[in-house]
Design a protein around this ligand. Sequence first.
Ligand code: LER
Ligand code: MN
Length: 269
Amino acid sequence: MFKSSLVISTADAGFDALAFKGDFEEGIELAKKLGYDAVEIAIRDPDLVDWSLLKKILEKEQMPVSAIGTGQAFLVEGLSLSSNNENIRKKAIERIKKHVKFATFIGGLVIIGLIRGFWKNDEGTKEKLKASIKEIGEFAKSEGVNIVIEPLNRYECDNLNTVEEVLKFIEEIGLSNIGVLADTFHMNIEEPSIETSIRKAGKKLFHFHVADSNRWAPGSGHIDFKSIFETLKEIDYNGYISVECLPLPNGEEEAARMALKTIRDCWIP
Ligand code: LER
Ligand code: MN
């Protein structure tokens, strides 16, 4: 079944309640108005968010949450699940556990992208990341929440760049509630074949981000969404297709509208 979602851009979650409400309300209303089925939201720190206010807005618009992004905690605060600094690593683990709790209240799966930090210059290691994700994954399992690890391109992150690397990493951890989030923008840079990687992920593919090759709205570049969606149908993918693109070519609303039209047209031949 085709289920669309829109990543709504919000100011840093640490902003005051009014900015927070305005940002989220506008984004959720826009997604609803354009015909999306759900929204994906980025939250730096769930403690800085008014949980009931956000839930009220979502319920008013009858919009579920597909996923919760966590990367701001790395970008703004430098928290890293791979860190060799135990203080930083523990803080990152506690933060993501809070996101898991937040997910039990608001819905959606929890994304591990940039929060895994870097391995270069001895900043962090695979072993530390594995220990962190095992701890988070076990906690999330007891809370009934799914975690997804997103392969990111080499220019943004120096580890787990491909679907295959993430699959191997997940297998080593061995928890059924941890899966892959594949993003067409990153895949276009790193995967030898996007379709082959989707087939390899199979049932481990829990979530899917779409942007075109230039990270503009799908339909603005040269990614073959028809072929990719055929492959998603082939593996019986039943998660969301979540639009995560730049506000291009013509601003946020136009990009979101164009993206939904492209992905719908490519899904339903
Ligand atoms: C997040 O989903 C993503 O794709 C990264 O590029 C972080 O910005
Ligand atoms: Mn993404």
